[in-house]
Design a binder for this molecule. Structure first.
Ligand SMILES: *[C@@H]1O[C@H](CO)[C@@H](O)[C@H](O)[C@H]1NC(C)=O
Length: 324
């Protein structure tokens, strides 16, 4: 009798498993839009290239969108929703300072809607444009799964609580990465995305004034002080320093080479080289660009499948800024 029950339950589990799988987010596939929007991947790629030649920094924004969307309640395009009265959007989080170029995501969405109305999610557009942005910046080319759906929920409080502050320590960083399913090696590779883009002086001055952070290269601090000449940067002026002054628009392993010379802009950048858990990977990625690329692709594939909505969950937004 008892055996019969166990067999019965295992049978139920077997029956239920495809549905369980899709509820937990693996309802994604390569070429999800093969029949509903066959031109999608080529179309997004062309749009990203078109935008890149107008405004190269947009490619970096597309890369950042993946992290800042996926980290907060999963890859569901919650990042893109505008505030409505009484309900502030995630873009207003202080951890999203400097996130911009959202209008270009809207342009890509408009082009996609024209070709395939009502079928492609903004959540997938974030991932596809991020992936293509990395390629435009000279980084690795790789396949990503699609089939994500758009959320109707967003939360400034969740963005404030989940996105990392500029002065985060290695343990907090690794713990968060672990919740996304990322191991230490993949976590270090993803931080390599700091090889492109810039850091606002607002986030730098604490490491320069009144005294220079001892984990920062002292010679380099002279250069940084030139970029950020006062401890209280005026709010309006967009003072910043390139994360990687050598090849700021190239997705390469220069970030790790800089970090080894204590030239990381954020506290975390330098801390990754000082911490015995992460240092071996920093060293290896500084030596071997292909190793960095391979780990980055592995990590980004895991992150971009984190807590996705699939099947009939959520919706397909018409405009990425608003729920339907
Ligand atoms: C600091 O930067 C200088 C100048 O680029 C470099 O020569 C030196 O090796 C760096 N210091 C460390 C500790 O790596």
């Amino acid at each position: 009798m008892a055996k019969g029950i166990i067999v019965f339950f295992s049978f139920l589990l077997l029956l239920a498993s495809p549905y369980l799988a899709s509820a937990s987010g693996s309802g994604l596939s390569y070429d999800f839009y093969k029949t509903t929007c066959p031109s999608l991947e080529l179309l997004v790629k062309k749009e990203v290239a078109r935008i890149y030649y107008i405004h190269g920094n947009a490619a970096i924004s597309f890369l950042r969108n993946m992290f800042h969307d996926c980290a907060v309640q999963g890859c569901d395009a919650s990042l893109l929703l505008e505030s409505v009265p009484g309900h502030p959007g995630e873009k207003g989080s202080e951890h999203n300072t400097g996130m911009r170029n959202f209008k270009y995501v809207d342009e890509i969405k408009a082009a996609v809607e024209k070709a395939c109305p009502g079928v492609v999610s903004c959540a997938d557009i974030i991932i596809l444009s991020g992936r293509d942005g990395v390629a435009m910046l000279g980084g690795p080319q790789f396949k990503v799964k699609t089939g994500r759906r758009d959320t109707r929920k967003f939360s400034l409080a969740a963005a404030d609580a989940t996105l990392l502050p500029q002065d985060v320590d290695v343990t907090t960083f690794l713990n968060l990465m672990e919740t996304f399913g990322l191991d230490i090696r993949e976590a270090v590779a993803l931080i390599g995305a700091h090889t492109v883009g810039r850091t606002h002086c607002k986030n730098l001055v604490k490491r320069l004034y009144p005294t220079v952070d001892p984990t920062l290269n002292y010679t380099y601090s002279y250069y940084l002080k030139k970029r950020c000449p006062t401890p209280h940067p005026p709010l309006k002026a967009v003072l910043y320093s390139r994360n990687d002054p050598i090849t700021p628009m190239k997705f390469d392993n220069n970030y790790f080479k800089n970090v080894i010379q204590m030239k990381g802009l954020l506290k975390l950048d330098n801390a990754l080289y000082l911490d015995p858990r992460t240092k071996p990977y920093v060293v290896k990625m500084a030596k071997d660009n292909n190793y960095f690329y391979a780990q980055f692709v592995e990590g980004i594939s895991i992150l971009t499948e984190y807590k996705v909505l699939t099947g009939l969950q959520g919706e397909i937004r018409k405009h990425c800024k608003w729920v339907n």
